[in-house]
Design a protein around this ligand. Structure first.
Ligand code: TYD
Ligand code: MG
Length: 466
């Protein structure tokens, strides 16, 4: 008689196990997240919450200690040789930590993870790929232009083999590309399923905590932009980094979403070149003008992403609508917010834009969400509408409110300082920004940037275009 394969239902959001299908996961309350998978045998380690948590605790340490007695010297960080990546990690990699890097296909996850062993030459690394053959990896490494005698490459998808090899080679850093291609013999389900991802991640976590070797996992991302596999993966790992950007453009942003060892406000900018990813130390270079001075419809915003200020070019095109319904299209910016800004211009400042097509583009293929870009967007739309250019030495940092008022933004001093560093001559900010934050700058006589406070759109127009 054929044995019946037992199956259970797993929640893809929290990894909760249930003997039958349910519309709503009783553990996390998410709807429609249960998937059927073969049941994991009892000896599989990733099983329950207790097993996962045991992985964090070294048995000999499992007694309470006074906070001041806990030795910090074991929390040793080391640099990976890619300065920007070190910064996003909070100042280097921590021994025994597990880092998850997620991103869309083709964004450069494999490139970055191969560049790490090539950059840290004095570290013995093991790069495991479940996606590419040894030859493919070698070809890629040649394109990246690096060679390292202490970088071991393994093309393998079986978890048990990976761990055996890792114990043999004793690397100082283990990289697994990608967690969705790795499977464990202990489970019947296929690679990439909830139980496999959970089991493999827990086993690798145990390896990291036992040996003190940091592990970098590469993770796939789903259509809606979240990391594929169970949400539990994000709970298990210490650091989650997300690779973002337009795969057609060349700029990529590596953002920290979770970091047990540092701030999540950090981000790093990379440029994809013919020979791999290049660090962009000064993100404002994305702005480098590739046009003549006197083009209309261009304004520069002094935005912040996390804790980093950078200046970005905003382009607008306003033209008479050929059809009854005008088109509004925004690339790299929220379309609804563009509509709101247009409504403010129409109602509060009296510009007749209702019969005009408006196109907005953020240069460099970036996506912005900082409200401080509002003023630059409004300025670029007006510039295109009047066909009058704005000097490329002028930038903007303020939010536009629903009644047409120009509102203050946070960290204005840092934005001003960044603009000044880049040689801008004038910055428009809200007149409601605390005087103290820019008063010092007003006094700079020559060479310094002029800070122009404006209170409403009409005042902005008068200053810019008259
Ligand atoms: P890859 O790292 O394979 O992406 P992922 O692992 O996230 O799917 O990178 C894929 C893209 O990067 C590919 O479209 C080609 C491009 N690329 C370069 O432009 N230059 C290079 O040196 C390399 C290695 C890749
Ligand atoms: Mg890849």
């Amino acid at each position: 008689m054929a044995t019946k394969i037992k199956s259970v239902w797993y929640c893809t959001s929290c990894g909760n196990e249930s003997p039958k299908w349910m519309g709503r996961c009783p553990a996390c309350g998410e709807w429609n997240t249960m998937v059927e998978e073969p049941k994991a045998p009892k000896n599989a380690s990733g099983g329950g919450v207790a097993a996962r948590q045991r992985a964090y605790i070294d048995a000999s340490d499992a007694r309470p200690q006074r906070l001041r007695e806990i030795d910090l010297s074991s929390d040793n960080r080391f640099s990976i040789g890619i300065e920007e990546l070190d910064r996003v990690l909070g100042g280097g990699m921590v021994a025994g930590s597990m880092i998850l890097i997620g991103g869309e296909p083709g964004i450069g996850k494999s490139t970055l993870s191969l560049q790490i062993p090539l950059c840290c030459k004095d570290l013995r690394t093991l790069y495991v790929s479940g996606e590419e053959s040894l030859k493919q990896i070698k070809l890629r490494a040649e394109r990246l232009g690096g060679s390292d005698d202490d970088c071991f490459i393994l093309s393998e998808t079986l978890l048990e083999n990976i761990l055996t090899q890792a114990r043999e080679i004793k690397p100082a850093l283990l990289i697994v590309d990608s967690i969705q291609t790795i499977y464990s013999e202990a489970l019947d389900s296929s690679a990439g399923s909830v139980s496999q991802v959970r089991e493999c991640a827990s086993a690798l976590l145990r390896y990291a905590k036992e040996t003190g070797v940091p592990v970098i996992l590469i993770g796939h991302i789903t259509k809606d932009g979240t990391l594929a596999g169970p949400k539990i993966l994000e709970h298990i790992v210490d650091v989650v980094l997300q690779f973002e950007g337009d795969t057609k453009g060349s700029y990529r942003i590596l953002r920290s979403i979770k970091n047990r060892f540092g701030s999540t406000d950090e981000l790093a900018v990379f440029e994809m070149t013919g020979s791999g990813l290049r660090e962009v130390r000064n993100p404002s270079e994305i702005l480098i003008p590739m046009h003549q001075d006197d083009l209309s419809g261009i304004a520069i915003a002094a935005m912040m992403d996390g804790t980093r200020p950078f200046l970005i070019e905003i382009q607008a095109l306003v033209s008479t609508a050929a059809y009854g319904t005008p088109q509004r299209s925004a690339t790299g910016f929220d379309g609804r917010r563009l509509n709101m800004l247009l409504a403010v211009l129409e109602k509060r400042a009296g510009f007749k834009l209702a019969a005009k097509d408006v196109f907005l583009n953020i240069a460099g293929g970036l996506r912005v969400s900082d409200p401080a870009c509002d003023l630059a967007i409004v300025a670029s739309i007006l510039s295109s509408n009047f066909d009058l250019y704005i000097s490329p030495k002028v930038c903007f940092a303020a939010e536009v409110g629903l009644s047409g008022e120009i509102r203050p933004v946070s960290q204005v001093e840092r934005r001003i300082a960044e603009a000044e560093k880049l040689g801008f001559e004038e910055i428009y900010i809200s007149s409601f920004n605390k005087e103290s934050s820019f008063a010092r700058r007003k006094k700079t006589v020559d060479g310094g940037i002029t800070v122009t406070p404006v209170s409403d759109i009409a005042a902005l127009c008068r200053r810019l275009f008259q």
